[in-house]
Design a protein around this ligand. Structure first.
Ligand SMILES: Cc1ncc(COP(=O)(O)O)c(C=O)c1O
Length: 332
């Protein structure tokens, strides 16, 4: 089937670009040096491709992602890089055949994990992003508490998400190094083999920071937000739409904000100026005119929420549809 025969809006992954992105990252961070974050794509078939290129440890943001990966038989070591106190979800993760490690940053998260039968944890350390994570100087004491509760403490994690978009590379590098000093300080008090951090925006800044693994996810498919950062990864993901109405100055296609993550701003249409998106429409000004029935490629500004809005992605090679991957890790 040709890509233009798909009903729209349709989520498309360019297989060649996707394959190149995986290869570039695997060369820089081979095997266990990368713990790919599945939150960026929520797709076990895509995770299987990451496993095929050498990565078999994975990062997840929700219990459902952990459980879905285990049921699909992808990954030998799954990290929930997030806090939960849900007894039901923790028990479901503890019952899986694959080893599961959860992030903890408080007494309550330790007790909930222990009571549900979870065996291992990482101490989540705040390295500057005002989100989860204990202050670095409290990490050692929390690790002692986790060990006395019966959990195996495998090390630390600290996500420097506030630094991913620092525009100047030298400034980004200096900030990442300062941020990782906090994580290493915590790690000296915590112990364990793992120091887990990083993302797509800082993937090449960790050669000397002392981390043992990188948690990047967006690199596989990319979005226009990361596309501005001058990274070596190319845009593999777009949403294809159909032009449904044209006026003298603008055209309208059937790709609205219910098909696109919009928290990082408007999507991009090549050779066109996007005016705005509403629920089921994108209104844009095409450079060369448009006709009802034309197809248009819309590049999302944020990959993660875009993936979470679609049931499936179509895998395309030279505009021919070669596969359909279920986005099967959606939900919590
Ligand atoms: C805990 C954690 N680690 C790593 C990442 C890296 O993701 P990305 O590759 O999109 O930068 C994220 C993204 O939000 C995250 O929340």
């Amino acid at each position: 089937m040709h890509v233009n025969d798909l009903p729209t809006p349709a989520l498309i992954i360019d297989a060649d670009v996707f394959g190149r992105n995986l290869a570039i990252m695997a060369e820089h961070h081979p095997g266990e040096r990368l713990r790919p974050h599945v939150k960026a794509h929520k797709c076990t078939a895509l995770a299987a491709a990451q496993q095929a290129i050498g990565h078999h440890t994975f990062t997840c943001a929700t219990p459902l992602e952990v459980i879905g990966m285990a049921h699909a038989g992808v990954g030998t070591d799954l990290l929930l890089a997030n806090e939960t106190v849900s007894a039901e979800r923790l028990r479901a993760m503890a019952a899986l055949d694959v080893p599961v490690t959860v992030a903890v940053d408080s007494e309550a998260t330790i007790v909930a994990a222990r009571d549900a039968g979870i065996a291992s944890c990482l101490i989540d350390v705040n390295v500057g992003l005002p989100r989860c994570g204990i202050a670095p100087d409290g990490a050692g004491q929390l690790a002692d508490r986790a060990r006395s509760a019966g959990l195996s403490v495998r090390g630390v994690m600290g996500y420097e998400g506030h630094l991913m978009m620092v525009a100047d590379r030298a400034e980004r590098l200096a900030s990442v190094e300062r941020s990782m000093q906090l994580l290493l300080q915590a790690h000296r008090d915590v112990g364990g083999d793992i120091v887990s951090a990083g993302g797509t925006g800082t993937f090449d800044l960790h050669d000397a920071t002392g981390i043992t693994e990188l948690q990047a996810g967006s690199y596989a498919l990319m979005d226009s937000h990361y596309g501005r950062q001058g990274l070596p990864f190319d845009q593999a993901l777009y949403v294809i739409g159909t032009v449904i109405s044209v006026s003298a100055e603008w055209a309208v296609a059937d790709v609205g904000l219910k098909a696109l993550g919009m928290d990082h701003g408007n999507p991009t249409v090549i050779d066109a100026t996007v005016w705005f998106c509403s629920d089921e429409h994108i209104t844009y000004q095409p450079a060369g005119g448009a006709t009802v029935g034309d197809r248009v490629r819309v590049v999302p500004a944020h990959v993660d929420p875009t993936m979470a809005m679609h049931e499936a992605a179509w895998i395309v090679c030279d505009d021919e549809v070669v596969d359909r991957w279920a986005i099967d890790l959606r939900g919590w």
